[in-house]
Ligand binder design. Structure first.
Ligand code: FE
Length: 182
């Protein structure tokens, strides 16, 4: 877990130094890139897919709520709903590959931006209300789990945000966190 401790220390120093989103994303990206360069620090319990839906395991929650670090695990065929974040975030792929569908807010609801891209191991993507905050993320691999490490500018499991349900209705939601299996 040494790499995670170093990352948390660096992010703590960063949020203490600045609240400027471009600076947070630029410097946070460099730290996250180092963290996802090698996957050996991530304990086995934080890699376990759930059978019913994707999993989100908290790795660190800043005591002052200024940022959080989460391990997202997608089993084959699993994806998020279309959702937003309301705060800045960085998504870095640790293992496998993820397919990202971007959406834009048309004033009433999120609509597909019409392009999909794949993030492979080692790649990082930023989200925020300023840059584009709506997307849907899926496991791009059919035969194994994909894992990404996310850092957000809040305790993301507690943030009230929005998603589309399976009928395309906009819903408020609070994601919470999953407990890693023991
Ligand atoms: Fe997301």
């Amino acid at each position: 877990m040494t790499a995670l401790v170093s990352f948390v220390d660096a992010m703590t120093a960063l949020v203490e130094r600045t609240q400027d989103e471009p600076s947070l994303l630029a410097e946070g990206r460099r730290h996250l890139s180092q963290l996802i360069d090698d996957d050996r620090w991530l304990p086995a319990t934080y890699r376990q897919p759930r059978s019913d839906r994707y999993a989100q395991y908290p790795l660190h929650r800043d005591p002052q709520g200024r940022f959080s670090v989460v391990s997202f695990v997608w089993g084959p065929g699993q994806s998020t709903p279309v959702h937003n974040h309301t705060v800045w975030g960085l998504v870095g792929v640790l293992l496998g590959a993820e397919s990202c569908d971007e959406y834009r807010w048309d004033g009433h609801r999120p609509v597909s931006a019409g392009h999909q891209h794949t993030l492979v191991c080692g790649q990082i993507e930023a989200v925020s209300p300023r840059l584009g905050d709506w997307h849907r993320v899926s496991n791009a691999l059919a035969d194994r789990a994909s894992i990404s490490i996310h850092v957000y500018g809040a305790d993301i499991g507690l943030v009230k945000r929005q998603r589309l349900d399976e009928h395309g209705q906009l819903l408020d939601f609070v994601s919470g966190y999953d407990t890693p299996p023991s």
